[in-house]
Design a protein around this ligand. Structure first.
Ligand code: DI6
Ligand code: FE
Length: 401
């Protein structure tokens, strides 16, 4: 039995405690066999803990281990040239229609071996882990053929064998129409995407099913076909929705009880109501908003009014969000989307866990996994306030370093 008592800390529990951040001052955490067994103020500590090994955290702030609930960290190549083109005046959609964009990463990903994909992904994963991430989601979607989609998912799963981090995978075969099916999106779904989803599921590689509902990708009717297949396989769904226009993607996702709808810059009030009704999480991705120099803000105030849980994620990908920092994402959530630091931090802990359907993490409460981030700061707001500054002191994954 491994037991540890962490003392002298400010605990940002994000539990249902009547204090901003669920903050417990002069707090103590008891960890046993990878699970949090007690959380509270030192003054309330029971005598039974007297002989547990103690670690004095010197007044540091502890948060739940951070969760990046929307990433595309496995891919080949990079798109710096496209970044230059956009700066020369081309839009993201123009680049995509000219054969660049997602499809150019598809070419590099198809050409990359599993080892090469892994090696490149680990660089990004290590950057995330260095900022206290303990769980992250990784999507396929740069293969768009069965072999490469499965290779991406296997690579994602392998990361969890090589690094102390939990990986959740999402099948994103409906990310773009590959060049060989240009103009034939339905045939692509029938002949490639849906069979690849079944094969990936058979191989135990899929935790959820995602899609990109957009003019440059798939229509709501086409996404519904993918979601029907997911439902047959008993897999939860989520959707890239309302990123560049309003196609009613959030309403569609909600009608399938989606875990989350993501991006949402063009989300309407009807869409917000639909998410509220289905208890889906709104995942906001300020890195993509920033990179594409979007001006349409997601409707944060309406999401608040309708009590839709809001998560934040990096969307780490080679095109619209080459961002491997969840701390910078927190800052962007506040500065660009006017979220409060408390909402932003809840968005990478409690709400991000919900967006992945994980009820065993995301808060500091008895019974939750002992995934923690210990920070050299004196108040949690500092995590969202600084830019390019990493105050992580220690990360604990499943009870150990
Ligand atoms: N929306 C995004 O932000 C990423 N995928 C998507 O559907 C971008 C993917 C890329 O540009 O490579
Ligand atoms: Fe994305």
């Amino acid at each position: 039995m491994t037991r540890r008592l962490l003392t002298n800390a400010g605990l940002a529990t994000f539990a249902d405690i009547d204090a901003p951040y669920g903050l417990v001052e002069d707090g103590v955490l008891a960890l046993e066999d990878g699970v949090i067994t007690w959380v509270g103020a030192e003054a309330d500590l029971a005598p039974e803990f007297a002989d547990w090994p103690k670690e004095d955290l010197g007044g540091c702030v502890v948060t739940p281990g951070l969760i990046d609930c929307h990433t595309h960290v496995v891919f080949g190549g990079n798109r710096a040239r496209e970044f230059e083109m956009r700066l020369e005046g081309a839009t993201y959609e123009e680049v995509a229609r000219a054969g660049g964009g997602i499809v150019s990463t598809v070419r590099s990903t198809r050409a990359a071996t599993e080892d090469a994909l892994l090696e490149q992904a680990l660089v990004r994963i290590d950057a995330l882990i260095a900022e206290g991430i303990t769980t992250l989601e990784i999507k396929s979607g740069y293969g768009l053929d069965q072999e490469t989609e499965l290779r991406m998912l296997r690579t994602a799963r392998k990361i969890a064998d090589l690094r102390p981090v939990e990986i959740r995978t999402s099948f994103l075969g409906a990310h773009a129409v590959p060049p060989e099916y240009k103009g034939h999106a339905d045939a692509y779904l029938d002949e490639i995407c849906l069979p690849a989803l079944a094969a990936a599921h058979d191989a135990g590689l899929v935790d959820a099913v995602d899609g990109f509902c957009e003019g440059i990708a798939f229509s709501p009717t086409q996404i519904a076909r993918v979601f029907d297949k997911a439902r047959n396989l008993n897999l939860p769904v989520k959707l890239h929705a309302e990123q560049l226009s309003d196609l009613g993607g959030a309403e569609l996702a909600a009608s399938y009880g989606a875990l989350s709808a993501d991006h949402l810059e063009y989300l309407s009030e009807t869409g917000v109501e639909a998410l509220a009704g289905s208890r889906s999480v709104a995942v906001l991705l300020p890195g993509a908003f920033y990179t594409l120099r979007e001006t349409q803000m997601p409707p944060v105030e309406l999401l608040r009014e309708h009590k839709v849980p809001i998560a934040l994620a990096t969307d780490c990908n080679p095109g619209s969000s080459p961002l491997a920092s969840l701390l910078l994402t927190l800052n962007m959530g506040c500065t660009l989307f006017h979220m409060t630091p408390e909402e932003a931090l809840a968005g990478v802990t409690r709400e991000a866990a919900k967006a992945l359907g994980l009820s065993d993490r995301g808060t500091l409460e008895a019974g939750k996994r002992a995934d923690l981030a210990i920070w050299n700061v004196s108040h949690p707001a500092e995590l969202a306030y600084r830019i390019g500054f990493n105050p992580l002191k220690e990360r604990i994954f499943g009870g150990s370093q």
